[in-house]
Write a protein that binds this ligand. Structure first.
Ligand code: A2P
Length: 411
């Protein structure tokens, strides 16, 4: 049992700027808005943070899990942390407060009541997920990959310029699992004259490579030409990646992610819900299943995939060639001429019976990836489908989170 901290001592929560990939997960997860950021860093406000730990499990890199015992009056402020390039070392506490040996430092969970479920999804992987490697390559030690393919996977005449990019790692180890992501370091400097931060992309290929048995992987990258509000904006990394040619070299860090992972046990079912480039992890998982289609190990695959039109739906051709008894495909098209506007959540409601049947099976895991806006819509649809079946959604929702069976990755 840890001893309580003296009142003048703070176990200060810090984020390591050298490992952080600026994915915004911590800021979104924090239930009391203690995390903020600028163009340089993500930081924790010592005046607000209560050490509830809600932000720690979802962080894909572990950059969030840094703590310093500080004299409370000398805690690092937000402005100071925003200017950091690296974490400061441990400081010795003055004699009067240093009664705590480092190993006996209280866990942050001792400082506050345990966090209630605040995130919509699980912060643990499914019980049978394989062990992921994370942070093998960092900002300080990136690895160089070679581009071996770069193809557009949406109609050439559409606004959605989405590319399938294949990177090869040669002789260097880069072990990954479906659902994990990597960081790309775009070349050049930002507006402040510093090297660009890494941008995070989900893998679109399964663990044994884009081409089975090869040391390569693929990404699904949309060229960013406007911001969320529709104003013109040039995506630094997405444009860099979409313009790469075969044999170009790319600086890669990662892999990242230890929760958005697929179950590894036989007959596990997957409900996959995605929009646009959120299809990357679904492609990776589907391909993992496809490669073992003859083993009899597979459970059911139910896919809900949203895009503006068929021609703007990445991988439309190959997806539609998959056997119907292998994957149950439901396309939600929002801007197809002559068709009503459909979102993935509309189709979840339409397929309520199948969704309920799968939800009733503890071998089912649900993955949601794509636009932030669909998070609420999908949760509402799952709620409605469950309640119509006479079940209590809040009980099921808690179980899905506790058992690592409901995962979100939205942006
Ligand atoms: P919309 O036509 O209304 O933009 P994008 O092409 O921008 O990546 O979007 C992929 C798909 O997700 C589009 O069909 C888009 O529809 C749809 N979409 C947008 N907002 C939501 C939302 N809140 N929930 C579900 N789907 C959405």
């Amino acid at each position: 049992m840890n001893a309580p901290l003296p009142a003048e001592v703070l176990k200060q929560h810090l984020i390591d700027p050298e490992i952080c990939i600026r994915c915004n997960t911590c800021e979104e997860t924090c239930p009391i808005k203690a995390i903020t950021h600028d163009s340089n860093n993500y930081v924790v406000d010592p005046d607000i943070c209560n050490g509830c730990m809600a932000c720690v499990p979802p962080c894909p890199t572990g950059a969030i899990d840094n703590w310093r015992l500080m004299v409370r009056a000398e805690a690092y402020g937000v402005q100071e942390q925003l200017g950091w390039e690296e974490l400061p070392g441990e400081k010795a506490l003055p004699e009067t407060t240093a009664a705590l040996p480092a190993d006996d430092a209280p866990a942050a969970t001792d400082l506050a009541a345990p966090a209630p479920f605040s995130a919509p999804g699980a912060t643990v992987p499914p019980w049978s997920a394989a062990h992921p490697y994370v942070n093998l390559y960092t900002h300080k030690t990136p690895m160089t990959a070679t581009v071996v393919g770069n193809y557009r996977v949406t109609g050439a005449d559409t606004e959605s310029d989405i590319h399938h990019i294949v990177l090869d790692f040669g002789e260097l180890p880069f072990p990954v699992l479906e659902g994990q992501s990597i960081g790309i370091l775009p070349p050049g400097l930002d507006a402040q004259g510093r090297p660009h931060h890494a941008r995070q992309y989900s893998l679109a290929s399964p663990r044994d490579g884009e081409r089975a048995g090869y040391n390569n992987l693929s990404l699904t990258v949309k060229r960013v030409t406007e911001d969320h509000a529709g104003a013109a904006a040039h995506g630094v990394c997405s444009n860099y990646l979409c313009d790469l040619a075969k044999n170009d070299k790319v600086q890669v860090i990662g892999p990242f992610g230890h929760t958005f992972l697929m179950p590894n046990h036989p007959r596990a079912n997957l409900i996959m819900i995605c929009t646009g480039t959120g299809s990357a992890p679904m492609r990776a998982m589907t391909e993992r299943y496809r490669r073992r289609i003859d083993t009899g190990e597979n459970g059911r695959l139910l896919l809900f995939f949203g895009a503006r039109t068929e021609r703007e739906l990445p991988y439309f051709g190959p997806l539609m060639k998959l056997p119907r008894d292998f994957i149950d495909i439901n396309l939600a098209l929002s801007r197809e001429t002559g068709q009503p506007k459909r979102y993935v959540q509309d189709l979840i409601r339409e397929r309520a019976a199948s969704v309920r049947e799968l939800l009733a099976d503890r071998n089912t895991c649900i993955y949601v990836c794509g636009l932030k806006g669909m998070e609420v819509g999908v949760l509402d649809a799952l709620h409605d489908v469950t309640v119509q079946g006479g079940q209590d959604w809040s009980i099921l929702h808690d179980a899905l989170r506790r058992e690592g069976r409901l995962h979100f990755e939205t942006y």
